[in-house]
Design a protein around this ligand. Structure first.
Ligand SMILES: Cc1ncc(C[n+]2csc(CCO)c2C)c(N)n1
Length: 215
């Protein structure tokens, strides 16, 4: 069995809880209060900055040059492509104030950056994987279960349910599985721990937006 299949089986409970979160249900129905989506967008802009840097660190550290290029491109995607989504929402919702980074985003971003810089490269790859994989699953879930055709959050949904994002996610899974095959049992366990922690933080990220959590 691939490392990723075993790791996903460990977060099935967390993932099921994510699908049933109020934030996700209301995003899907288009009824999520704007204030909560705005909080999410502002925090996500901070997150993407940190996530992009974590991916760039991985790109710099990984030995195989093809893998290095893949992570450098993921970093570019996080900073450039997703920023476009953010900017369009910032514009259409007249969000001018950049706001400040709140506790959950701060925790998650710093977890990713410190893991990318200080832990084994295989652990760093495992830590960033839920960002891709959970978003792909949530994007597909929402896309397949959506009822109304007029959703103010449609652009967000389309970004993650798309085929292109699916390919990106599969590439990240494959590279991580490949490095897991070259890792010891102990290293694989550390990878799984990091994967679980990041998945918990994905849950907390949406939860913090729903409850508008501040310092
Ligand atoms: C909290 C949070 N987690 C994951 C993503 C999704 N995401 C952001 S950048 C990127 C890879 C390159 O495009 C992915 C999958 C997000 N937006 N916010």
């Amino acid at each position: 069995m691939n490392w990723s299949s075993g790791a996903w089986s460990r977060i099935e409970g967390i993932y099921a809880r994510i699908e049933s979160m109020s934030f996700i249900k209301e995003l899907m129905a288009g009824t999520l209060p704007l204030e909560k989506f705005q909080y999410y967008m502002v925090q996500d802009a901070f997150y993407l900055d940190q996530f992009g840097r974590a991916l760039a660190i991985i790109g710099a550290r990984v030995e195989n040059v093809e893998d290095s290029l893949a992570y450098i491109r993921f970093a570019e995607g996080a900073i450039v492509v997703e920023k476009a989504l953010h900017e369009s929402y910032f514009e259409s919702f007249q969000l001018k104030d950049k706001g400040q980074i709140e506790p959950t985003c701060h925790h998650y971003g710093h977890f990713l950056k410190s893991t990318a810089a200080l832990d084994g490269i295989e652990v760093a790859m495992a830590a960033v994987l839920p960002c891709f994989w959970i978003y792909k699953k949530v994007g597909d879930y929402i896309y397949q279960n959506q009822q109304s055709g007029n959703n103010p959050y449609q652009k967000w949904i389309d970004t993650y349910a798309g085929e292109e994002f699916g390919e990106l996610t599969q590439r990240a899974i494959d590279i991580t599985d490949n490095i897991a095959r070259q890792s010891t049992e102990k290293q694989q366990q550390a990878m799984t721990e990091a994967f679980i922690t990041a998945s918990r933080l994905e849950y907390e990220f949406w939860n913090s937006a729903y409850s508008l959590k501040t310092w």
